[in-house]
Design a protein around this ligand. Structure first.
Ligand code: 4AD
Ligand code: MG
Length: 430
């Protein structure tokens, strides 16, 4: 019977066949240990000279890394491995022999691995990260579906920019100028006026010349937008959502977190509610922590975010930033128009900002004023202003960066390992 590594627990003490690749092997005169992978998982196959034909034993002993095969044997428990099962091999049918696979079990440099990303994805660690990414996506759909949100897909080719005009990818749209979307937010605001609570999940693009461990040129964002929801209520949704995805990964990716050697005790603490600190207090805290140069009105960089996050075991919201350093659409705080009703959610352990969100301006005149201040003109914005013209309401939303969230939950250093084919400054290959 044909099965997969993921399903072997259902076939204990049965003989099954699995389509697999060889990742590594060890052998002596009488026994060969094959490290197998089939895409669904990783498992050891044990080939004892006494159990198989001489030809099969020689095949096993001489097999090269990444050779593909159908392998048949009995599934037994293996208490020594975290996976818990192994195969006592009785037959091997080679499908394709691989020669000189470039990624060997020895250490390789990052650039070499990045050049071979199409093959690197096969490794155990990369496999685990992709499974964690998948679980976060699955849990995201579950969370928003369970809470009556409707999935809406904003366009990727757009005529307007949401997050400032300097980091846009320009492209020709027949005779017009178009951009690749930096954020679906403006469209999601329109969708919230039609459907109440909505969320999107899609690729976004930023032509940022940043070469850091947190920046991708193409990254995936989850953007919920909620009608009749104020900033404070939005923060509750954010902390419930982030707690839900972390707990889902803890429950459903135990093997992967083990492969990644993730300290899960840190993730177990990620339960709503999350602490909040105002931008004003964050400035005071930073000065106390030795950032004596920082002045009120300046944006925070990675070292500032890390220093603030160090004071907490959970993600922390930094709220009410100065209007000057935030996007044009954010609602001023009541009685204090120099700050806005917004928050960045900073992940623990130095992973930085994973969510940016805010209450949106709902007053037409104020929105027009902001347009002028930010030099935003043109008919691309006409439709967005109209949302404030016909039954305008308080509404809020946020964007969670998927790759930074995967990096944090998986405990990997750099976002380049959290997306199958990263687009980075100077990297479009493979
Ligand atoms: O803070 P940002 O720029 O917010 C927005 O785009 C809002 N329009 C979202 C909204 O309210 N609907 O981006 C949101 C998140 C960040 O917190 C970060 O996690 C991620 O997107 N992000 C990036 N991730 C990887 N590489 C980059 N270059 C990123 N830029 C932002
Ligand atoms: Mg931001």
């Amino acid at each position: 019977m044909k099965t997969t590594i993921q399903q072997v627990s259902k076939h204990l003490e049965e003989t099954v066949t699995i389509g697999a690749w060889l990742t590594n092997k060890r052998s002596s005169g009488k026994i060969a240990f094959l490290q197998l992978r089939d895409g669904t998982g990783f498992m050891q196959g044990v080939v004892a000279k006494s159990d198989v034909s001489e030809e099969t034993f020689q095949t096993a002993k001489n097999m090269t890394q990444e050779t593909s095969m159908y392998i048949t044997g009995r599934i037994v428990e293996d208490k020594r491995s975290p996976f818990g099962y192994e195969m006592q091999v009785t037959d091997i049918e080679v499908i394709h022999e691989a020669t000189d696979y470039p990624i060997t079990p020895k250490e390789h440099g990052t650039e070499f691995l990045m050049d071979h990303r199409h093959l690197w994805l096969r490794s155990k660690k990369q496999h685990a990260i992709m499974k964690v990414r998948n679980e976060i996506i699955r849990a995201t759909y579950q969370f928003f579906n369970d809470n009556d949100f409707v999935k809406v897909d904003p366009p990727i080719l757009t005529g307007s920019s949401a997050e400032g005009t300097t980091e846009l990818f320009h492209t020709k749209y027949f005779d017009e100028e178009a951009y690749l979307s930096q954020s679906g937010q403006l469209y999601m605001e329109a969708a919230a006026m039609a459907l109440g609570k909505v969320f999107s999940f899609g690729p976004t693009f930023r032509a940022e010349k940043s070469k850091t461990r947190r920046h991708l040129i193409e990254f995936w964002m989850i953007e919920p937008e909620m009608a009749f929801v104020d900033h404070e209520e939005s923060l509750k949704v954010q902390e419930e959502y982030v707690s839900f995805i972390v707990q889902s990964v803890l429950n459903n990716c135990k093997l992967e977190l083990n492969v990644l050697e993730r300290d899960t005790s840190k993730l177990e603490k990620v339960q709503a509610p999350f602490p909040r600190i105002s931008y004003d207090d964050a400035i005071t805290m930073l000065k106390e922590k030795g950032f004596t140069d920082i002045e009120w009105g300046e944006d925070f960089g990675a070292p500032h975010e890390t220093a603030i996050a160090e004071s907490y075991e959970k993600p922390v919201f930094i709220t009410n930033y100065p209007a000057e350093i935030k996007a044009f659409y954010m609602q001023p705080a009541p009685g204090r128009s120099e700050v806005v009703l917004c928050a960045d959610l900073i992940a623990p352990e130095g992973y930085g900002e994973i969510i940016g969100g805010s209450q949106r301006i709902d007053d037409l005149d104020l929105m027009k004023e902001r347009y002028e201040q930010h030099g935003l003109t043109g008919e691309a914005y006409e439709w967005y202003l109209q949302l404030r013209q016909y039954g305008s309401i308080p509404h809020s939303g946020f964007g969670l960066g998927l790759e930074r969230t995967v990096a944090w939950i998986s405990g990997v250093d750099h976002v380049r390992e959290t997306i199958p084919f990263p687009r980075l400054l100077n990297r479009l290959y493979p």
